[in-house]
Design a protein around this ligand. Structure first.
Ligand code: ATP
Ligand code: I3S
Ligand code: MG
Ligand code: MG
Length: 324
């Protein structure tokens, strides 16, 4: 195309499925028009042989790759790596991902918290943990590790103690109190200073009647990751329609404070509105490098973010885990 000047190179190290969903022609073309070339990185080859690039974005879990990346980060502070592997590790654990919430200091009149949760090291220690911490049913059993495997999304909604006995788990997990929230979650996508909040299908509210039913436990996985087809279900679309998005100023404040606290640029978080507590929102999950292509105008938002990085905008959280 005449007049086109590609100046910056951004390397990406992603799994094939992620490349397919994220590196779409619409993103590649828009980025190129605005002076950015997106370059695939071969994770099995030395990174230094794949230079030059101005920035590297990544989401791969292979330990050898992570080692190589860690070394690269310490040896090439001039090249921006989005994001630091240590900061990403923190949100691969459902306890550490929510630990910093008390320090967030949200100034807004709308309040923010996290549901009560307990760590359970093994099924044998289960009953002690519940008794000691006094958690209330219903609860959701979530794998401790949120590392992108199918198993890490495998959850169980537990209605009572009998349900706990039926729980089939083979590694550490958490029990998190289930909070009625009108069947809709708010997914807030963050790409540096760019923030977008969307509504998604969630688990329906649980009435006292249902709590008294003979069902003790229900298993589920990736309930909010539904297709447009699923969202057309009449009951679901009604709930989605009536749910009001949280105030924009609140969403922006929470997202930018989380970004600073987590020292991450590319993530999303799931937030619910407590149905029994007025304007009380709870963060239930944080995901690294989520499915941005599901977000409206993802090409523009991600290209704006890439430009922020390569033009060294102060809004980007950098390699050394400090905001530059
Ligand atoms: N404490 C809670 N109270 C009510 N509903 C919840 C709670 N925690 C989770 N949920 C519901 O369960 C779903 C899955 O939980 P969570 O987001 O923790 O799992 P995940 O597998 O990490 O999700 P993702 O696909 O976003 O990574 C949420 O989207 C929401 O619908
Ligand atoms: O594959 P892992 O590392 O588990 O990460 C997933 C996240 O947990 C999900 O939150 C992403 O979906 P959303 O973008 O709808 O949150 C989901 O998006 P995707 O399925 O479109 O890639 C994944 O990023
Ligand atoms: Mg989630
Ligand atoms: Mg998650």
């Amino acid at each position: 195309m005449a007049g086109k000047t590609t100046t910056y190179r951004i390397g990406y190290a992603l799994a094939p499925k992620k490349i397919q969903s994220f590196i779409q022609p619409s993103l590649v073309n828009l980025a190129e028009e605005r002076g950015i070339e997106l370059i695939p990185i071969q994770p099995t080859k030395p990174l230094i042989d794949q230079l030059p690039f101005d920035c590297l974005i990544h989401k791969l879990s292979d330990p050898e790759w992570i080692n190589q990346l860690r070394q690269f980060v310490s040896q090439h502070p001039d090249i921006v790596v989005i994001d630091n592997p240590d900061a990403i590790d923190r949100i691969h654990n459902r306890i550490t991902m929510l630990e910093f919430f008390n320090e967030l200091n949200i100034a807004h009149e709308v309040s923010l918290g996290v549901p009560k949760q307990v760590f359970v090291e093994s099924p044998e220690s289960l009953f002690d943990s519940v008794a000691v911490k006094g958690i209330k049913f219903p609860v959701i059993a979530k794998p401790l590790l949120a590392n992108g495997t199918a198993g890490s999304h495998q959850m169980s909604l537990v209605f009572n103690e009998e349900g706990l006995k039926e729980l089939k788990v083979n590694s550490a997990f958490i029990l998190q109190e289930f909070v009625n929230h009108g069947g809709v979650i708010f997914k807030v996508y963050v790409a540096g200073q760019h923030i977008q909040c969307v509504k998604r299908k969630s688990l329906p509210d649980i009435s006292d009647e249902k709590l008294g039913s003979p069902v003790n436990l229900l298993s589920f996985s990736q309930i909010s990751n539904v297709t447009a087809q699923d969202q057309r279900d009449e009951g679901v679309s009604k709930l989605m329609e009536i749910a009001e998005l949280p105030p924009l100023s609140f969403v922006n404040e929470v997202a930018s404070k989380m970004r600073q606290a987590l020292k991450l640029n590319l993530f999303n978080f799931d937030m619910i509105r407590d149905g029994s507590a007025g304007d009380q929102y709870l963060v239930i999950d944080i995901n690294y490098f989520p499915g941005y292509a599901k977000m409206p105008s993802y090409e523009t938002i991600l290209t704006d973010f890439f430009l922020d990085i390569v033009q060294h905008k102060p809004s980007v959280v950098s390699n050394d885990s400090e905001t530059v």
